[in-house]
Structure formats: C-alpha cells, structure tokens
Design a protein around this ligand. Structure first.
Ligand SMILES: *[C@@H]1O[C@H](CO)[C@@H](O)[C@H](O)[C@H]1NC(C)=O
Ligand SMILES: *[C@@H]1O[C@H](CO)[C@@H](O)[C@H](O)[C@H]1NC(C)=O
Ligand SMILES: *[C@@H]1O[C@H](CO)[C@@H](O)[C@H](O)[C@H]1NC(C)=O
Ligand SMILES: *[C@@H]1O[C@H](CO)[C@@H](O)[C@H](O)[C@H]1NC(C)=O
Ligand SMILES: *[C@@H]1O[C@H](CO)[C@@H](O)[C@H](O)[C@H]1NC(C)=O
Length: 331
C-alpha cells in the first residue's frame, strides 16, 4: 500500500497539449541555463513547509487559478494595492488565501538570492502549485516556464472575471471558454476541490435561504438533504456564520485523490459550482469516469488541464518584467 502510494506520488505525467498563442513561447526547463537550481529551490521549500501546513497547497492552486483568470498568468494577483489607493486583485481574494502570499514571498526571496532578477513570480507560482500537489499525494508534471510578470492589478477585474462559487454550468463554461478552456478543463480543475476548504458564508444560502424565501426547508434541492442537515447541525449553525471552515471533500481533504468526484455524484458538492458539474451530460460523464477509475487517470487529466490553464494569456519575451519582489512592481 505504502509502496503503491509512493509510485503514484512520483508518477511523472507526460503532458501533451496544444499550446495557445502566448503559451507556445513557454518551454520546459526555461531556466536551465539562467538559473539551473530555480525549480529545485521552489520544490525544496514546498516539500519542507507544505507537510506542516497542507492547506497552503489548496491556497497555492487557487492563487494560480485566480492569477491566470485575470490578465493571464502574470502574477498580477500577488501585487499589493498601489500607494495611490487603487485596490488590487489581492483585495478581492478571500482571506483564506492571504497565507499563500507570504509563502510565495519567501520562496521568491530564496530564488532571488540564487539568481537576482531572473525568475518571474508568475513562474514561481506555477511551479509551487505543481510541487504542492505532489507533496500531498497528487501527480508531478513538467511545468512550461518563461512567463513574465505583469505591472497592473485591478480589484474590479478579479470580481468580474473569476468564476463565482454560485455559478451554474452555463455561466461556468462561458467563463472558462473566455480563457480558452473547455468542459474537460472545468471538470478537472474543479478536482482541486479535493483539498479545498471554505468558509460557511460562501455557500450558506444553499443551507438556509436558497430561493430567498428563507426559513426552514429553503435549502438547495440539488444538495443532498441529509448532508445539508448535517452541515446545519454541526458546522454552519447560523445563516450568518462567516468564520467556520468546512472541508470540501470531508474525510479526505488533505489528500489529493478522486473522492471529491464521488462526493459530487452523491450530491455533496459544497458549492453550486460543484453541483453544476453533474447537471451537464458531458461533464457528468467525465465525473463518472474518474470517480470509478484509478487515481492515475485523474492525475493525468488534471495535470494536463493545469498546464493549459498555466498558458492563459501569458506574457513572454519583452512583455512585462521580472519582478524583484512579488508584491510590488519594479520601480
Ligand atoms: C504587501 O502587503 C502586505 C499586507 O498588507 C504587507 O504585509 C507587505 O509588507 C506588503 N509588501 C510590500 C513589498 O510592500
Ligand atoms: C480579513 O482580512 C481583513 C483585511 O486584511 C481583516 O480586516 C479581517 O479581520 C479578516 N477577516 C477574517 C475573518 O480573518
Ligand atoms: C444560469 O444562471 C444565469 C444567471 O447567472 C441565468 O441567466 C441562466 O438562465 C442560468 N442558466 C441555466 C441553464 O439555468
Ligand atoms: C434570504 O435571501 C433574501 C434574498 O436574497 C434576503 O432578502 C433575505 O434577507 C434572506 N433571509 C435571511 C434569513 O438571510
Ligand atoms: C462576519 O460577520 C460579522 C457579523 O455579522 C461582521 O461583523 C464581520 O465583519 C464579518 N466578517 C467578515 C470577514 O465578513
């Protein structure tokens, strides 16, 4: 059993993807000459720290996702608000992600020590996300690198472009398609919820006030009634609870596996955006195929979709810059 797990953890996924325009300029091992130890430094830091703080893994993936969906994967999500008062994407992200920013700042500092001004924050975020998945039992894959960092970050764009947990399938797919991703990417990237956690207030209306009528019985009918009752009783005991944390894949939220998909089929997806995945025929077929199969199948498709996501509207060549500190643009 332990040996089998080790093999899975070390599985190197061969990822073949049709690269998008900017994505085509990324390549594996981009820093081989300019900073040969860059990937290793990121990996070692993640391996040393994520086992003690596994929730950081979910945070890193979510941060990478948020980054790519707004202005492309250019680390704009890591920028602090400007002193001029303009709020940044960061100001639109839930507090749960704050820890990830400090983590990435520390990784960046180590990489800067080794090779100043060479490795972008956008690449560090992509690499750290990959390594964090590996540390908690998921796949390892090769991350194409060579992204450059953006110089602009605007809160409203994050509010407008990041798919909301309340979205139905149509709206989710529209949002993914706008970034060049498809139904399969939506299903596989949602699989990151296997290690997700959420505050009650992100889904509380599904428990208490789905139609706006409120009162007993106004729960989302697409959520398993027994599960909803259990959440009301033991976790989100009031409609206004905004502090209690709920695991998105209960019992297995620290392990990167396929039980999230089995939960969906039992109608126990926590967000409407999770429940939405089984409302579409094609998406549901994908969910069923990985829920039953061995983890390797999910690992391969997840890795492939992560690579595709990591290529969204990337900046390369002379675009953007290599930020010195991930929270501020170079002066
Ligand atoms: C960015 O903002 C955070 C939180 O407000 C702060 O702790 C950090 O020092 C800032 N970083 C820089 C480089 O200004
Ligand atoms: C969320 O972050 C804001 C600003 O950093 C802070 O004022 C607030 O107390 C935080 N809330 C929670 C629940 O941590
Ligand atoms: C999805 O939600 C949008 C509102 O955000 C609504 O206009 C649309 O009708 C919904 N689609 C389906 C199929 O329910
Ligand atoms: C239920 O939702 C409606 C509409 O969204 C809102 O007006 C009402 O205050 C909510 N009721 C409760 C108890 O939260
Ligand atoms: C949580 O709810 C309390 C009471 O409704 C409110 O005072 C507080 O600002 C809320 N915190 C966040 C982070 O939304």
């Amino acid at each position: 059993m332990a040996a089998a797990k080790l093999v899975l953890a070390m599985l190197v996924v061969a990822v073949g993807v049709a690269a998008g325009e900017g994505g085509g300029k990324l390549r594996q091992g981009y820093y081989e000459q300019s900073c040969p130890r860059a990937e290793q430094i990121v990996k070692h830091y993640v391996e040393r720290h994520v086992p003690h703080a596994p929730s950081v893994a979910a945070t890193l993936i979510r941060t990478h996702f948020h980054d790519c969906f707004v202005r492309g994967c250019d680390a704009s999500v890591l920028l602090n608000a400007t002193t001029g008062g303009g709020e940044a994407e960061k100001d639109a992200t839930p507090n749960l992600t704050l820890r990830g920013f400090a983590f990435l700042d520390r990784v960046k500092a180590l990489v800067e020590q080794e090779c100043p001004g060479v490795v972008s924050c956008a690449d560090i975020l992509a690499l750290a996300s990959r390594d964090a998945v590996g540390v908690i039992g998921g796949p390892f894959w090769r991350v194409p690198t060579g992204r450059r960092d953006g110089r602009v970050s605007i809160k409203q764009e994050a509010l407008d472009q990041i798919p909301a947990p309340t979205m139905n399938f149509t709206d989710l797919l529209t949002s993914f398609r706008a970034k060049g991703l498809d139904v399969a990417d939506l299903v596989w990237l949602s699989g990151a919820h296997t290690i997700g956690i959420s505050h009650c207030n992100s889904f509380t209306e599904r428990l208490y006030n789905f139609t706006g009528r409120g009162g007993p019985g106004d729960a989302d009918p697409s959520l398993d009634a027994e599960y909803a009752a259990n959440l009301r009783r033991t976790k989100c005991t009031t409609p206004t609870d905004n502090t209690t944390i709920v695991e998105m894949d209960p019992g297995s939220f620290l392990t990167f596996d396929t039980s999230y998909y089995r939960g969906l089929l039992k109608r126990r997806g926590l967000f409407q955006s999770d429940a939405a995945l089984i409302t579409d025929t094609a998406a549901r077929a994908d969910v069923e195929s990985v829920a039953k199969g061995p983890s390797e199948v999910f690992f391969q498709v997840f890795a492939r979709s992560m690579v595709r996501m990591g290529m969204i509207e990337v900046k390369t060549g002379g675009e953007g810059e290599i930020r010195r500190h991930c929270a501020v643009v170079n002066s």
